[in-house]
Design a binder for this molecule. Structure first.
Ligand SMILES: [Fe+2]
Length: 325
């Protein structure tokens, strides 16, 4: 089985690369992930460099950079060149003094994911904030404190996952919609503080199970196992069995890439066509881990039938007010 990358997107990337000979885009697997060399993210980028990174992102869904030791302000400035930024995180807030920056540290994650991976191997996979009416378009994560081993992140290409379904199954899922809910994980030892935060800022949205990517036109199997709780209109058992199949399918190893972090590494992913898995192994290790995320504001997703997602509870994710650094 081989799903060709869309020719239009390949051409876009080739044209962009021709204009930026100093940039190398090195694919990391068949369907997802490319390492980008030859660009310094601390300074403002030339328009051609932005076009190359954007084209690589659309083709490879997640792009990686090494040895980019950015400050908080430099990370925010880099991200702003690709779109409007959200306030840190709609539920968990932001880094003090930096409204656009969200801190991802081992101690908070430990409260959220304890024990889940043993129950269901795809639990923990998610696209960011899909419980919102307009989930983020992209996320940019910078590694600062990185364990010497362990703590890898994985991404999966949900356009490739859709393309690999049989045609009859594609037709079935294209006609369905699902409810995405931000809730404390069932069975997890979530702290009282975490439970309360989530309860106070409930987010619930109904998204199509297959979305049309607003830039590439690709059909995307829009399943975010951490947030997608049920398929609208199906009986409970029908919904559960179909979702379990789709989750398992969406994270098949051939659609994925695994990234080993270093201090100064950056991962920039298209949140509209991927899901990712934060590491679970760090909780067994006695190492600190600190990363910072900036997040690009996204549009409301649209299904194959042209119908947009529906907000059920909570507010859309808005842009931060653009503080200057
Ligand atoms: Fe995430």
């Amino acid at each position: 089985m081989n799903m060709p990358l869309p020719p239009d997107i390949q051409r876009q990337l080739q044209t962009a690369l021709d204009a930026t000979q100093h940039i190398q885009v090195l694919p990391q697997s068949a369907h997802i992930g490319a390492l980008i060399h030859g660009v310094d993210l601390r300074a403002p980028l030339a328009a051609a460099e932005i076009a190359t990174i954007r084209a690589a992102l659309l083709q490879w869904k997640v792009v990686f950079f090494r040895d980019q030791h950015l400050s908080h302000a430099q990370q925010i400035a880099f991200a702003r060149q690709f779109g409007e930024l959200t306030v840190g995180h709609p539920v968990f807030g932001h880094v003090e003094g930096y409204p656009e920056l969200y801190s991802i540290a081992k101690h908070r994650k430990a409260n959220r994911h304890t024990g889940q991976a043993e129950q269901r191997p795809w639990t923990g996979w998610h696209a960011d904030v899909t419980a919102a009416h307009n989930p983020p378009a992209a996320s940019i994560l910078r590694g600062v404190t990185i364990p010497p081993y362990g703590g890898d992140t994985q991404w999966t290409n949900l356009a490739a996952a859709y393309a690999a379904l049989s045609e009859p199954m594609q037709r079935i899922v294209e006609g369905l919609r699902g409810e995405h809910l931000f809730a404390a994980p069932v069975g997890a030892q979530a702290s009282a503080e975490y439970q309360q935060l989530v309860q106070q800022r409930r987010l619930v949205s109904e998204h199509p199970l297959v979305t049309v990517h607003p830039e590439t036109g690709e059909k995307v199997l829009y399943v975010s196992p951490g947030f997608l709780k049920r398929i609208t209109g199906l009986h409970a058992r029908e919904s559960r069995v179909l979702l379990e199949f789709l989750w398992e399918h969406a994270v098949r190893s051939e659609f994925t890439v695994r990234f080993k972090w270093e201090p100064g590494s950056i991962a920039f992913w298209d949140n509209r066509s991927t899901a990712h898995l934060p590491p679970n192994d760090i909780f067994a290790l006695d190492f600190d881990r600190q990363l910072y995320r900036t997040t690009l504001v996204g549009q409301v997703p649209v299904g194959v039938d042209g119908r947009a997602s529906t907000a059920l509870e909570g507010d859309p994710v808005l842009a931060a007010h653009g503080a200057a650094y």
